[in-house]
Design a protein around this ligand. Structure first.
Ligand code: TEU
Ligand code: CA
Length: 538
């Protein structure tokens, strides 16, 4: 019998298709390449995969600019290749989630071509068009996440259109019911093809303020063009009118009703909001009638991840909505890989790998995370990300986490491609290849497998509530419980030994395969550098 709640506490492996495996030597990863590598993913013990966009696209934002929601870009393969991928994944026990970029399309999408042709065509209001102010300037002060004004002038319509990201990513107008209907039809198309769920790109940008009210302006000292908006601490609070309007909840309910017709499917909404991310997670995922999960940004930035920070974030989750369901990630295709961001030694990387698998919520792992890949250094001449090119060198862009997966260090291009890879393989990556780690019992790859299997063998870790959150110095601890199972988890997030008190009660050591410490006499717990302790109550 199929567990329809597989996603609740499940672990999802994110694939950036351009960089996973190239099967035809053009230097760009593709669907057949992914299919070929599914056994590696299954061997990790994850529940499913999320594949970043592979739909027809001019690739201005590498697929996050969709020109046809219901077809595969020839660069990545064909619909038949996708069918084979799903079939192979399912045979290996892996769910398949795809990335729906509904908030905006490519400017090459037929809908936009029609919409921009005149002010009175049937799709005239499918995008967000507005007249200039009397002096010809944009209708309001809204900014693009990728820099500059959020408005682009269109000479044909003599109007501005809204884009929250690149100018080639016009914002779809969700206030228009026909737009919602058309998008939901594309969702149905993929459900009928057998997908198990969706990662919903920029879910909080679906609906903008109809009255187009100005956002609060950027403080003067933050208007410096060399600060990339996504790392500008003020950026997200500045979009209060351009995103996250109340009508979004109604759309999410329509979306959920559609998914409910396909039992066992799921969704994870990407909520990029530094200030209100977890609150929005609560709004969007509680009640069981909107998104299933929201992707949390809390552990995707910062120079380190301290015990106190984890406690603060988990406390905020409870405050936001005890029945809400976050999905945690340390790395993805948009941010510097966490091993580099947090400056982790291999030992520390293991501690965080154990930690993420003990959190309440679901988990996304990003390709190469299981190898401990550091952020690759990409020379300016090799940069591909338009956002990185724009803000170089203060902001290095997103190419350093998008370099090819390394399968075999002894092979040309790490086994990724027979041709010239679209981004060079990271210099220090060859020695961390899958093949190299398979043969090294202490390698991080095996630690990820053990942590995944550990999580899956304890219902309390998959589905349980969390409680008794503590940060004592650099030691983080909490309990997870579900039905009659309670698991105690402690992590020394530092390279100095530490001693804490065990909670009251009888505890049996578990997780020894993860290097976890055993509680000592008199209720003391001695933790070595970066050591964890895991114990079962009985
Ligand atoms: O990202 C949304 C988002 O908030 C990013 O702009 C993020 O702040 C930035 O990439 C950090 O460097 C999603 C996708 O994940 C991203 O790849 C797309 O470019 C973006 O939407 C537009 O579709
Ligand atoms: Ca290819």
């Amino acid at each position: 019998e199929q567990d329809q709640d597989w996603w609740r506490g499940g672990v999802i492996y994110q694939i950036y298709p351009r960089s996973y495996q190239d099967s035809n030597g053009d230097g760009i990863g593709d669907l057949n390449g992914i299919t070929q590598r599914l056994p590696h993913i299954a061997s990790l013990g994850v529940d499913g995969i999320w594949i970043s966009p592979f739909f027809t696209s001019p690739m201005k934002d590498f697929g996050y600019d969709v020109a046809d929601y219901c077809d595969v870009d020839p660069m990545f393969g064909t619909l038949a290749d996708f069918d084979t991928l799903i079939e192979t994944a399912h045979a290996l026990g892996l769910k398949v989630m795809i990335d729906q970029v509904l908030s905006h399309s490519s400017d090459q999408h037929a809908w936009f071509q029609e919409s921009r042709a005149s002010r009175d065509n049937p799709k005239a209001d499918w995008y967000v068009w507005a007249d200039p102010k009397d002096d010809g300037t944009p209708p309001n002060n809204w900014l693009s996440i990728f820099g500059g004004s959020g408005w682009q002038w269109d000479t044909r319509r003599e109007q501005y259109y809204l884009h929250n990201f690149l100018t080639t990513q016009p914002d779809l107008n969700f206030h228009c019911p026909a737009v919602q209907d058309a998008l939901l039809e594309t969702v149905r198309f993929w459900l009928d093809r057998g997908v198990d769920g969706f990662r919903l790109d920029t879910i909080n940008f679906y609906i903008h303020d109809k009255q187009l009210r100005d956002n609060p302006p950027l403080p003067k000292e933050m208007r410096n063009a060399s600060i990339a908006p996504s790392v500008n601490p003020y950026n997200y609070q500045l979009h209060i009118h351009s995103k996250n309007q109340p009508e979004n909840l109604e759309f999410l309910q329509r979306f959920r009703a559609l998914l409910n017709e396909y039992p066992g499917t799921t969704s994870v909404g990407e909520v990029g909001d530094a200030q209100r991310g977890l609150e929005i997670m609560g709004e969007y995922t509680s009640g069981g009638d909107k998104a299933h999960m929201c992707y949390a940004f809390d552990f995707l930035s910062g120079k380190d991840l301290t015990a106190q920070r984890v406690v603060d974030v988990l406390t905020a989750v409870d405050a936001a909505a005890p029945d809400g369901w976050p999905c945690w990630a340390f790395s993805n295709h948009d941010v510097p890989r966490h091993v580099s961001r947090w400056g982790l030694t291999p030992q520390a990387a293991k501690a965080y790998a154990t930690l993420i698998h003990c959190l309440r919520g679901s988990v996304c792992l990003y390709q190469g995370e299981e190898l401990g890949l550091p952020e690759a250094e990409v020379a300016f001449e090799d940069l591909q990300d338009p956002y990185g090119i724009e803000f170089w060198p203060e902001f290095k862009g997103r190419d350093g986490c998008r370099t090819p997966m390394v399968w075999d260090g002894a092979n040309r291009n790490g086994g990724f491609s027979e041709g010239t890879p679209w981004l060079p393989v990271g210099r220090g990556h060859f020695q961390l290849s899958v093949a190299a780690q398979e043969d090294a019992p202490e390698a991080l790859l095996h630690h990820y497998r053990k942590a995944l299997s550990f999580r899956h063998s304890h219902k309390a870790l998959m589905k349980g509530a969390h409680g008794k959150l503590r940060a004592e110095g650099e030691v983080l601890s909490f309990e997870r419980s579900h039905a009659d199972e309670t698991v105690f988890c402690a992590f020394n997030l530092s390279d100095t030994p530490a001693v804490i008190d065990m909670p009251e009660g009888d505890w049996r050591q578990i997780g020894a395969e993860l290097g976890a410490a055993a509680p000592q006499a008199e209720g003391k717990l001695h933790l070595g550098p970066w050591q964890s302790a895991l114990a079962l109550h009985h």
